[in-house]
Design a protein around this ligand. Structure first.
Ligand SMILES: [Zn+2]
Length: 339
């Protein structure tokens, strides 16, 4: 037990002092898919003090090929990702304080969570949340590490408020495109490579070795054997609305938040209620059984199959409508089933 971190302490840029630093730090990971699973496991094994994990989805069979924390049982029972992840991560290192949140990362939530953390790791699958994270990072003054992958391609970049250009600064100059959806599929080594870049940078930040940070936008394609690192420090814009002299934080506008979203590559639409509600899943189960169709329930969510659609209803009122990418159709199903 006492030599648990001996190999990490022997690594001189970390050492005993660095290990102590790591044990006092709190990291927030947004998204617990492939990238989130990898980063969470690395940080928990490294002895992080506290980890907060956030995800809006549950485990499915198509996740098991690359999302390293999850098991067949998790997929069978449709366990929310953060619940399954917390269980596994606690088995790996019981001394880490773990906080698991089943939620969409809304603007107000992100602002709230970011207050008490030392670092945010991006493991989301959508650009909207990344841009919100970018503004939150600048406003609260907490670093974040961008990461994304699709197919055999991956990209990562570290953003330190008041030092590096932010993600908004890079949008026009650097090609970040093609990463919005996963119709191209994905292979796990591409995930692991992005995770390695993100957690490597995370350790540097956590031990305070900022001089060793990469300062470059790194990208690669493992199948095509291409690697690139672009020097971006001259791209910081004085008039950037997120990190410039006069800031409007355009991505923190609450009106901009969408109530509906088509989930990445899932043939699924998410509908979020306009006002926060808490659903009583047990009561809802009885109501839905009376309407016909089949219902399955676990402590976190309820799955309801009716005709060709399946609805998954979470306690916080969010509903995933599977079997369509059409928002209008999804809304019709939502109102037909839930009133
Ligand atoms: Zn900027």
């Amino acid at each position: 037990m006492n030599n648990r971190y001996s190999r990490q302490e022997l690594f001189s840029p970390i050492g005993r002092d660095g290990q102590l630093q790591i044990s006092r730090k709190h990291v927030l990971i947004i998204g617990m898919g492939a990238l989130g699973s990898g980063s969470a496991e690395a940080l928990v094994r490294a002895g992080i003090g506290k980890l907060t994990i956030v995800d809006r989805d549950y485990v499915e069979w198509s996740n098991l090929q690359r999302q390293q924390l999850y098991t067949e049982e998790d997929a069978d029972k449709r366990i929310p990702k953060v619940i399954a992840a917390k269980k596994r991560l606690t088995e790996l290192n019981s001394s880490v304080v773990m906080e698991a949140i089943i939620a969409d990362a809304s603007v107000s939530d992100l602002l709230d969570w970011a207050q008490n953390v030392d670092l945010i790791i991006d493991a989301t699958d959508n650009f909207e949340t990344r841009m919100t994270m970018n503004d939150v990072s600048q406003k609260v003054g907490v670093p974040w590490i961008y990461g994304a992958c699709v197919g055999s391609y991956g990209i990562s970049y570290t953003i330190i408020p008041e030092k590096t250009p932010c993600l908004a600064c890079l949008l026009e100059t650097v090609p970040l495109g093609g990463l919005t959806c996963d119709t191209a599929g994905i292979i796990s080594p591409a995930v692991n490579m992005v995770v390695a870049h993100q957690t490597g940078e995370a350790l540097k930040i956590l031990v305070g070795d900022v001089d060793s940070l990469r300062n470059k936008l790194v990208s690669f394609d493992l199948w095509k054997n291409k690697y690139s690192a672009i020097q971006v420090d001259k791209l910081k814009k004085e008039d950037c609305p997120s990190c410039g002299k006069e800031r409007s934080y355009p991505n923190l506008s609450f009106e901009k938040q969408t109530k509906t979203a088509v989930l990445c590559g899932r043939d699924t639409v998410q509908i979020r209620p306009g006002v926060p509600i808490v659903r009583n899943l047990e009561m809802l189960e009885h109501l839905l059984i009376n309407q016909g169709g089949t219902v399955q329930r676990n402590p976190y969510l309820l799955s309801y199959t009716m005709d060709s659609h399946r609805l998954v209803i979470f306690k916080d009122g969010r509903v995933l409508i599977h079997g369509t990418k059409d928002i209008a159709e999804a809304k019709a199903v939502y109102h037909r089933c839930l009133g």
